[in-house]
Design a protein around this ligand. Structure first.
Ligand code: SF4
Length: 698
């Protein structure tokens, strides 16, 4: 009842990278309800998560005090453990004792085994300031670059390709630019589920005459708005895109003037695609040659065209090649740098762009400055008055391997849940159990926290002030709406207390002081101040002046590479790491659901969202269910070379035959027990979108 609220607080949604602005309606320090605000990326709209997923901070299982593992209790997932009553496995401790234990265990391991025995996972669910402090703690306190976060599991391959080819890992244009485009390609993404408010812009664009082209192995809601929907063979993206490039080269549909002025390497690209004709690639990608020609012509001849992609592109062992192909399409056709043109990897978490910008990445310092560049590193050494490691650190999946190898012995994990989100969970959970000292800061005793030695109760998004950066490069201000409950503390405060126990002289009193320090090391924040964000709510980077809203479309004149030119990067089709075979004949793919967020630690504790989607289901085509003799709704067992889960089946006509989709948020049927940890060699991202599996009636 909005009339009952005694105050309102303007903030940003804590879930996806769309970054919808919202207003909390608060009474007696409780959020009564949430309404959409007229933000630049949502214009008052919210999806079901933003509207109803705000009660998780007051869930009965919320941590009330710091916890220390009881002696002799084994680490790991115990089916009898009740997160709402952790006293069976952990005892409560004062903050002083818990922080001393948390930092003491880590400093002892560093002293005994050196800085590279430690690692940290920060969180894209936290603010930019918390991401900055986290990576600063690892780099200046732990003493290495072993710091990463969930970008490694979502768009690391897209960023690798964008950095290589354009010199910048962020989007070249916002999704609102779809309204200006004549043609929009959506590939490997399902915006109506994963970026729901962005999907409303695509629908609006289609109604205004933009021709949507959807390329994906699965069908989706937006097919109803598309002028062309093409389903291709899972894992055959590179074959399809190179065949499109072949058509563009063969029919001379490319933009000569643009290529000459803004790019390098086009001749090599032309030579590389010469044999990848639509006829040659058709069988591989499952698309008829004339359809491939049609898609290529529509894109290349459009006055203004954009490409959007999601994790169907990035989460492959050839994810970087997929993104390289999409970049080549845009460069060949001159489809960047103008309104209604561009390349846009739809970012997942609400702050995965900002957390990456702030340096939660093992090979680069903030603003993507390579750790191996002595001059760039020196600037941070001066800013932080500490020598820094010049070697890139390990990535998310590599860290799990290094734990098994006995190289990494202690970790700090903030708000991430690798015991659910990492591929091949038996391996990942085995690694977490092997750690000699694990500190977790979170809201709940998550699956990962069940492996911890010390658990520190942290802050939920509606309880903190901080900035976040959405998929459009819009830096936005989130504001605390309610007080921290029980003995929970702000994440930045927890990091500062650990840093002090590493001997670091940190003395921040508020996140705005951290933001001020970030501006000293991050040119991307030029002309964006905390005061300005308090006033305006949102500013896009790069921003050329204090009185402009920032650049919605970038790279009109030059790319941020030496010489100002973008680069074509040729590719060849590669098979998935684990192709289907007689023993494992079905493709397993995983992802999110509309109602649930990532590993479900927040949304499964939101009453309405949990009621809407309470149970794990596996989606299959009606034909596939018939073939298996499984009635829709009946239980089904899925087995890969790494594990087995059993869950209810769902008949879904959008699924192709030969494929099953499983959401990864359900601990009781954890999809990642099945997934393949094989990595893309450039982005080091695992192949979540393709594993060979076997289905059977349960
Ligand atoms: Fe939140 Fe994303 Fe939904 Fe917007 S579209 S309300 S940011 S989850």
């Amino acid at each position: 009842d909005s009339a009952a609220a005694d105050r309102t607080v303007d903030s940003v949604c804590p879930y996806c990278g769309v970054g919808c602005q919202l207003t909390y309606h608060v009474k007696d320090d409780a959020i009564l309800h949430v309404s959409g605000r007229d933000g630049p990326s949502n214009q008052n709209r919210l999806c079901v998560k933003g509207r109803f997923g705000f009660d998780y901070p007051r869930h009965a299982a919320r941590l009330t005090a710091p916890l220390i593992r009881r002696p002799g209790v084994p680490k790991g997932l115990d089916p009898d453990f009740d997160p709402a009553d952790p006293s069976t496995h952990f005892r409560e401790a004062s903050w002083e004792e818990a922080l001393d234990a948390a930092a003491g265990g880590l400093t002892a391991l560093k002293a005994a085994h050196g800085p590279k025995a430690l690692a940290g996972f920060g969180s894209a669910k936290c603010s930019n300031e918390e991401a900055w402090l986290f990576q600063k703690l690892v780099r200046t306190g732990f003493g290495s670059n072993n710091v990463d976060h969930c970008t490694r599991l979502c768009h690391a391959s897209s960023v690798a390709a964008l950095m290589e080819c354009l010199g910048s890992g962020a989007v070249t244009a916002s999704f609102m630019q779809a309204l200006e485009a004549d043609v929009v390609i959506l590939t490997g993404c399902n915006p109506a589920v994963n970026h729901p408010v962005a999907a409303t812009y695509f629908k609006q664009a289609a109604r205004r005459g933009t021709r949507l082209i959807i390329l994906d192995p699965r069908g989706q809601v937006l097919d109803a708005y598309a002028s062309l929907s093409v389903r291709f063979t899972p894992g055959a993206d590179v074959a399809l895109f190179n065949a499109m490039l072949n058509v563009i080269v063969a029919e001379e549909l490319y933009d000569d003037a643009y290529i000459a002025e803004h790019t390098e390497g086009f001749e090599a690209l032309k030579a590389s695609v010469v044999d990848m004709t639509p006829e040659a690639m058709s069988e591989l990608c499952g698309v008829a040659p004339e359809t491939i020609r049609d898609i290529a012509r529509r894109y290349a001849t459009a006055e203004r065209a954009m490409i959007f992609w999601g994790m169907g592109i990035s989460q492959h062992t050839h994810g970087t090649d997929n993104a390289r192909c999409l970049i080549s399409l845009a460069l060949a056709c001159g489809q960047t740098g103008r309104p209604g043109t561009g390349l846009h990897p739809l970012r997942g978490q609400n702050n995965v762009q900002g957390a990456s910008d702030a340096g939660l990445i093992p090979m680069v310092l903030p603003d993507y400055q390579p750790v191996g560049d002595a001059q760039l590193r020196a600037a941070f050494e001066e800013l932080w008055a500490t020598p820094l490691d010049d070697q890139p650190g390990l990535t998310v999946v590599e860290i799990m391997g290094a734990i098994h190898a006995g190289e990494i012995r202690g970790m700090l994990i903030q708000g991430e849940n690798p015991a659910m989100s990492d591929p091949d969970l038996h391996h990942a959970r085995g690694a977490l159990a092997r750690l000699e000292h694990l500190v977790v800061q979170d809201l709940f005793v998550t699956e990962t926290a069940q492996f911890a030695d010390v658990i520190l109760p942290a802050s939920a998004w509606p309880e903190k002030d901080g900035t976040v950066t959405n998929t459009n490069r819009q830096v936005q201000l989130g504001r605390a709406a309610v007080a921290l409950p029980f003995d929970a503390r702000p994440d930045w405060w927890i990091l500062q207390e650990i840093a002090r126990r590493f001997g670091l002289a940190w003395d921040y009193a508020h996140p705005r002081e951290v933001f001020a320090e970030m501006k000293l090391g991050m040119a991307s924040l030029d002309h964006i101040s905390w005061a300005r964000l308090e006033r305006e709510g949102s500013v896009t980077y790069p921003c050329p002046a204090d009185d402009t809203p920032g650049a919605d479309v970038v790279f009109h004149d030059a790319f941020p590479r030496q010489g100002g030119r973008a680069r074509f990067s040729p590719t060849r089709p590669l098979p998935p790491d684990e192709p289907v075979d007689a023993a494992y004949p079905t493709v397993l793919t995983t992802g999110r659901q509309l109602e649930h967020w990532h590993t479900g630690s927040m949304t499964r504790r939101s009453r309405v969202l949990d009621a809407l989607e309470p149970e794990a289901v596996a989606s299959l085509s009606p034909g596939e269910l018939d073939r298996l003799g499984v009635a829709p709704g009946a239980p089904l067992t899925i087995t890969t070379r790494r594990g087995t889960i059993t869950l209810r089946s769902l008949s879904d006509p959008a699924m192709p035959d030969g494929m099953v989709f499983v959401p990864f948020c359900y601990a009781e049927a954890a999809a990642n027990l099945l997934t393949n940890p094989a990595l893309d060699p450039y982005g080091k991202i695992p192949e979540f979108k393709y594993a060979a599996c076997r289905l059977s009636r349960a």
